[in-house]
Design a protein around this ligand. Structure first.
Ligand code: ITT
Ligand code: NA
Length: 184
């Protein structure tokens, strides 16, 4: 089976590929841009995007909308994560948290799969924001995020390690389990 992943982000594609490879599913990147609406939740953003794409893309596809939610910043950047990353970057988040004791944060991923109907799969990982960036793996905010139970950032992990515990890995697991049940 081949699965189209609509995204501009090669880091996400790499993670989905690594996840699905052992299951005999080939993931390929479909670079079609879609509107990301301003909404309160990642679910709303991904649902709107998937329905918009459904009218323009042939065949099944999935997309992934993710965000980093920082407790001391009342959930910011959250649904604004892509914009924040492009503007102030992870250094900007570190600056906003300078001197802050509460470093708690979580990542969340919402995968929307369209096969004529919409299916939503989510995953979350709790952790904390490091005081300085570490590591060169991964992408985005990975150098500043330390998942619970570890002392390394996501950027200091291999893709396989990150997939085992990450928001995206968890959403991909739900997605893969659903596919197993529904493609019999
Ligand atoms: P799309 O084309 O798939 O939308 P994007 O990079 O814009 O790619 P998102 O809107 O889902 O993706 O991501 C919001 C931001 O959060 C973006 O800057 C990402 O780099 C970052 N991000 C998403 N997942 C991440 C992860 O697993 N680790 C670190 N940063 C992540
Ligand atoms: Na995006």
């Amino acid at each position: 089976m081949r699965l189209a992943f609509v995204t501009s982000n090669p880091g996400k594609v790499e993670e989905a590929r690594k996840y699905f490879e052992p299951l005999g599913v080939e993931v390929y990147q479909l670079k079609v841009s879609y509107p990301e609406i301003q909404a309160d939740t990642l679910e709303e953003v991904s649902e709107y995007g998937a329905k918009w794409l459904a009218q323009r893309v042939d065949g099944p596809f999935f997309l992934d909308d993710s965000g980093l939610f920082v407790e001391a910043l009342k959930g910011f950047p959250g649904v604004y994560s892509a914009y924040v990353y492009k503007t102030i970057g992870y250094q900007g988040i570190l600056k906003l948290l300078h001197g802050e004791k509460n470093r708690r944060a979580y990542f969340k991923s919402v995968i929307a799969y369209w096969d004529g109907e919409l299916h939503i799969f989510t995953g979350r990982v709790d952790g904390k924001i490091a005081t300085e960036p570490r590591g060169s793996g991964g992408f985005g905010f990975d150098p500043i995020f330390i998942p619970e139970g570890f002392d390394r950032t996501f950027a200091e992990m291999t893709t396989e390690e990150k997939n085992r515990i990450s928001h995206r890995g968890r959403a991909l697991r739900e997605f893969a389990n659903w596919l197993k049940e529904n493609l019999k």
